[in-house]
Write a protein that binds this ligand. Structure first.
Ligand SMILES: [Fe+2]
Length: 238
């Protein structure tokens, strides 16, 4: 795992959310990601309030050992895509909700229709407990498209994640805002958010075609490998 993309957002654990349905599907999704240049993945199933999320840890190890048998140059870490609610900091402290790879970084989702003040307050509440929230797929929040809001979130201690597949598309279909934010250097980290073979499979390579042309090598590495590794090692991101 000395080079390659590290993907911090994926639904590759079988049978726990709307992602992979079986170990076979998980391994096939990982194989697709591998072919697209990915060499490390954090498994981030959706958080469930009604179930004990700690069972994700042995399940991650099961998928990991099965895939690494074939690809020893790969790594898989445990994590979660955690839905924001008022008790979340306590759930994290108890280990009932999982951070990314045991670090203080937490991948956060919330209703995308939330207004800006709610999003900012939610992120601040995690920072107050000593966590580093990473807001998942920022492009889905209409409230974040106004100038200055991403910067304010970052100043509050939040990191910004965008999905690879939001960067693909042609002149007519592409989302100009997404590409502009990447070009401005405002995005900390990209993720595949892969779910199933027939529903949101990994689409990293299509985005990489544009990214490799549009960004310097250094900037591309920052958002696809360096920052993911900083997150996994619980270090400061760039
Ligand atoms: Fe997701």
């Amino acid at each position: 795992m000395t080079e390659g993309i590290i993907d911090i957002h994926s639904h590759i654990l079988p049978g726990v959310d709307d992602g992979s349905r079986s170990l076979e599907e998980s391994l096939e999704l990982l194989e697709m990601a591998y072919r697209q240049g990915v060499r490390g993945i954090i498994a981030t199933p959706h958080y469930s309030r009604s179930r004990d999320n700690r069972h994700h840890l042995p399940l991650t190890e099961k998928v990991r050992s099965a895939f690494l048998e074939k690809h020893p140059d790969f790594e898989i870490w445990p994590g979660q895509e955690t839905f924001f609610h008022e008790e979340l900091p306590e759930r994290l402290e108890e280990g009932q909700a999982l951070t990314l790879a045991g670090s203080r970084y937490v991948l956060m989702e919330m209703d995308t229709g939330r207004d800006y003040s709610y999003i900012l307050r939610a992120m601040r509440s995690l920072v107050q407990y000593g966590y580093r929230p990473i807001l998942a797929h920022i492009e889905r929040f209409p409230a974040l498209r106004d100038d200055g809001r991403l910067d304010e979130l970052v100043q509050a201690g939040c990191l910004l994640q965008m999905n690879f597949d939001s960067l693909k598309g042609n002149f007519f279909t592409r989302d100009r805002w997404c590409r502009a934010k990447v070009l401005e250097g405002r995005v900390h980290v990209l993720g595949s958010d892969m779910h199933r073979l027939d529903f949101r499979p990994p689409a990293v390579d299509e985005a990489m075609k544009w990214l490799e042309k549009a960004l310097s090598e250094e900037e591309l590495l920052r958002i696809t490998r360096i920052n993911p590794l900083h997150i996994i090692h619980n270090e400061k991101t760039e």
